[in-house]
Design a protein around this ligand. Sequence first.
Ligand code: VG1
Ligand code: CO
Length: 542
Amino acid sequence: MSKTTIATKPIDGQKPGTSGLRQQTAVFMQPGYLENFVQSLFDAIDPAGKTLTLGGDGRYFNTEAIGTILRMAAANGVARVVVGQGGILSTPAASAVIRTRKTDGGIILSASHNPGGKDGDFGIKYNIPAGGPAPEAITSAIHERTTTISEYHILEEAAPDIAALGEATLGDMVVEVIDPVEIYADLMQSLFDFGAIRDLFASGFTMRFDAMHAVTGPYAKKILEGLLGAPEGTVMNATPLPDFGGGHPDPNPTYAKPLFDLMMSQDAPDFGAASDGDGDRNMIVGRGAYVTPSDSLAVLAANAHLAPGYADGLKGVARSMPTSRAADRVALKLGIGAHETPTGWKFFGTLLDAGLATICGEESAGTGSNHVREKDGLWAVLLWLNILAVRKQPVAEILAEHWAEFGRDYYSRHDYEGVDKPAAEALMADLRAALPELPGRKLAGLTVREADDFAYTDPVDGSRAAQQGIRIFFEEDARAVFRLSGTGTVGATLRLYVERFEPDPARHDLDAQKALAEVISAAGTLADIAGRTGRAGPDVIT
Ligand code: VG1
Ligand code: CO
């Protein structure tokens, strides 16, 4: 074996965002770009003698990157790498592998919901031994290292073939290729009543799952059509493609439009769901009934006890700050804790580890539980199916009953994508500066009660995160939140999250955009969104 040390220079901008380092694929493919980041990661975690999990969502450059990382891992003294067959692992499956195989963490290659391909995006992140995304202390140590790096280590030998299951060696390192679908399917069977869901399908219940040509295809095929007996064709766009078939693998009404339109049509099946590029997000749609991710989290929290894995009840519920308060209302009724964290799954890890929360969720279509340390798209779909199998009611009815019991939190997110970065940053800075003067201000028939910049202190490890989003609370039980995305690669994406509580069941059937019109207008005026961004309206509404 011959280990080579290659001289390199720091590359600007290798700073992990909300979920790892994301960049345009072309940037990642520049000589040394991936190598610099991986060596910085290794320097930060000291991987000698350790076992790591490795896999990605299969997007363009995945195979090549896996080869490079294997060769660098061997040169850095890693003892064993557990790789998903073909280099592919969904994000929740990677977390499951880290946990069940007890590896010393893992590396996940994904830009998640961002488009893939030569002209798309690529990404990399490190997950800790508990299975979750590395906390800020580790990601900043990695970033710090990228600013001083001067060399990286790599083996000259080519990486072994990872198409077939089994073990091979690379230098002194063992490369073990595993079938991640099996580990994941076993985990799902330990949580849900597969018999009841099988009976549901056997009774004629119909479903479409849109894998969006992304990583969940094989998982959904095996679980839904294989183990649960759903008819073939239940899973749409099931073949993972390196460019996701040219689509944007983000499961929302805009990017999963064909499924969404089907669910709103006369021919709608009983249940529709979709997942994203790396399999950690989910969209849930009933016949004629879109379930917002915030509502989905609340409904799942209220009904989780119907699934065997959660029959003993929940220890607590956690949501990201911009997510609606619907889940908090459920927690209050159940007498369990409700936690509010900054955006990004990494903030849920300590709460899950400490047993303070069992179910977590984000408004961005992420839901998950303590079974892994990532959000998990198929898990959410299976929990919904388990609930439907027990309650034997249409999704629309379950939602209506939920709102009747808890009230409805009308909710929407407006994204302004690819906005001029300095303009977006100035918008946020000016809002921040104006915070003290906002209370009492009247806009669009609403009155500002309170306004702040969300800061969080982790109740378990005491770590702090500041400037996590500007919150404007209105007297009328409404809220607007402003944030800049930390996952984009071009310009800035401004996210405006709006919500308003409606206790009256007679008013639970309104169109969300209409119910939120005043909050949207107030927020638009407050931040002068149109003037600052030069946009007449948002690019994506969820
Ligand atoms: C977005 C979402 C956030 C999510 C993150 C990663 O981050 O808002 O809730 O955790 O993506 O999801 P941001 O910073 O762009 O708002 V994924 O499926 O892209 O790993
Ligand atoms: Co994702």
